[in-house]
Write a protein that binds this ligand. Structure first.
Ligand SMILES: CC(C)(COP(=O)(O)OP(=O)(O)OC[C@H]1O[C@@H](n2cnc3c(N)ncnc32)[C@H](O)[C@@H]1OP(=O)(O)O)[C@@H](O)C(=O)NCCC(=O)NCCS
Length: 389
């Protein structure tokens, strides 16, 4: 290792190096997956969203930035999804991962993302850089026989294919806006069409909902289900449950408060799976302006933000929330303001109650009597994602 480490933009010429580091980090790619991996990598290269660290001419670390939008308070906020963060073993534990992530954060800011999120394989490095746990990816399991008898037989449903991608996105948008949902990702229509084109995925469409599921070993597994009414929810879940003569269980990636929990007779399997993801605010005023807030909440409060990595967030701000929208403007106020670092801001943004933030040292100052309206404004449906990236 030399002192000549520098941040680089990954190019096609670097991909052999990246694959070498990647195999040492996540396991072998396999010959058959190599072509697809390179095709995916090219999308990040083309978007200037693949950052690396080079030692001389050799790339020894790399990370990708997905161009996502994420639902917050029923509105879509641009979000940089960080993935495939890898450092070559002989360079680990020397600050290379942190150097890479600082490059990734700077690029995400340059590209105008107010938020960034990631699934951490280890949390320490990301916490040092201002990320905090902000939601989970939940997988529940239901007895297929229980779903089979949910009814909804009068609801018309038909098989869906790639041509239905636009309709799927409309249904998701209607459902998430109405539910003031927090957390799920928005995918491009082309990616949704690819998903529906895969013959291993079984899509069904109703007037106000859809389901996409597949086989997972001897279980059936729901990737996504949206239902605008009780009857449609019953019909779609029962359609998947109709496989109960072969599949014992139906696993499902769904929100922790999905209506199905209130429809099924038996509790979901106690071994529900939870993968937690972390969030970071990159541009506090833009992140506040873009999201939705609880419609009845009114907040007028000063915040003192300290962000050691993204200087633009640091300072005294005035937060106003009314009629479901918010704004953050520089404040010249005096007196004790609610103090948050970047981890506290991320967790608050995702609806973590201020009592929890105060008790973990992530929030201090201000007046605790103002905490209630702030909690109400940022709170609402538990944040979740359906997809791993
Ligand atoms: C995780 C990884 C990217 C970290 O890279 P790195 O160059 O070792 O990170 P740094 O040296 O900059 O470490 C930054 C901080 O994270 C901590 N850290 C790094 N790896 C850690 C681990 N596996 N467990 C606990 N803490 C870890 C370091 O101790 C340091 O904290 P400190 O300053 O308080 O001591 C690297 O180990 C790696 O490539 N691992 C395999 C692939 C992987 O897990 N990628 C992450 C996907 S989300």
């Amino acid at each position: 290792m030399t002192d000549a480490l520098r941040l680089v933009d990954i190019t096609a010429a670097h991909l052999d190096d990246v694959i070498r580091v990647r195999s040492r980090s996540f396991g072998p790619l396999g010959v058959s997956n190599r072509e697809e991996w390179i095709k995916d990598a090219q999308e990040f290269i083309d978007g200037n969203r693949y950052v690396g660290v080079a030692d001389g001419n050799e790339v020894v670390a790399a990370g990708r930035i997905w161009d996502f939008r994420q639902w917050w308070g029923g509105r879509q906020v641009p979000m940089a999804g960080i993935a495939s963060v890898v450092v070559s073993p002989e360079y680990r534990g020397r600050g290379v991962g942190s150097m890479l992530m600082r490059g990734v954060l700077a690029r995400s800011v340059e590209q105008g993302f107010p938020l960034t999120a990631l699934y951490p394989a280890t949390t320490v490095i990301y916490r040092h850089l201002g990320y905090e746990f902000s939601g989970g990816r939940y997988r529940f399991s239901f007895p297929a026989a229980d779903l089979r008898s949910l009814g909804g037989k009068d609801v018309g449903i038909r098989r869906a294919g790639p041509a239905d991608a636009g309709r799927f996105l409309e249904l998701v948008a209607e459902s998430h806006a109405a539910g003031r949902v927090n957390g799920p990702l928005v995918w491009a229509e082309s990616k949704v069409a690819e998903w529906l084109e895969d013959e291993d995925n079984f899509g069904y469409l109703a007037d106000d909902g859809f389901v996409v599921y597949n086989w997972h070993d001897s279980d059936l597994r729901i990737d996504e289900i949206v239902a605008g009414s009780e009857a449609t929810a019953r019909a779609l879940w029962a359609t998947v449950g109709s496989g109960s003569s072969i599949a014992t269980n139906v696993q499902a990636y769904i929100a922790p408060n999905d209506p199905v929990h209130l429809l099924v007779n038996h509790e979901a399997d106690k071994h529900a799976q939870l993968q937690r993801w972390m969030l970071r605010v990159l541009d506090a005023p833009a992140a506040i302006a873009a999201r939705g807030f609880a419609p009845g909440a009114t907040v007028e409060v000063d915040l003192e933000l300290e962000d050691l990595e993204v200087g633009g967030n640091t300072g005294r701000w005035h937060l106003s929330v009314a009629d479901g929208s918010g704004s953050l403007a520089p404040s010249t106020g005096a007196g004790d303001a609610l103090r948050l670092g970047s981890r506290g801001l991320a967790a608050l943004y995702a609806g973590t109650p201020l009592a929890a933030l105060r008790r973990s040292g992530l929030a201090s100052g201000g007046s605790a009597t103002a905490d209630g309206p702030i909690d109400t404004a940022f709170g609402g449906a538990t944040s979740y994602m359906l997809d791993f990236f």
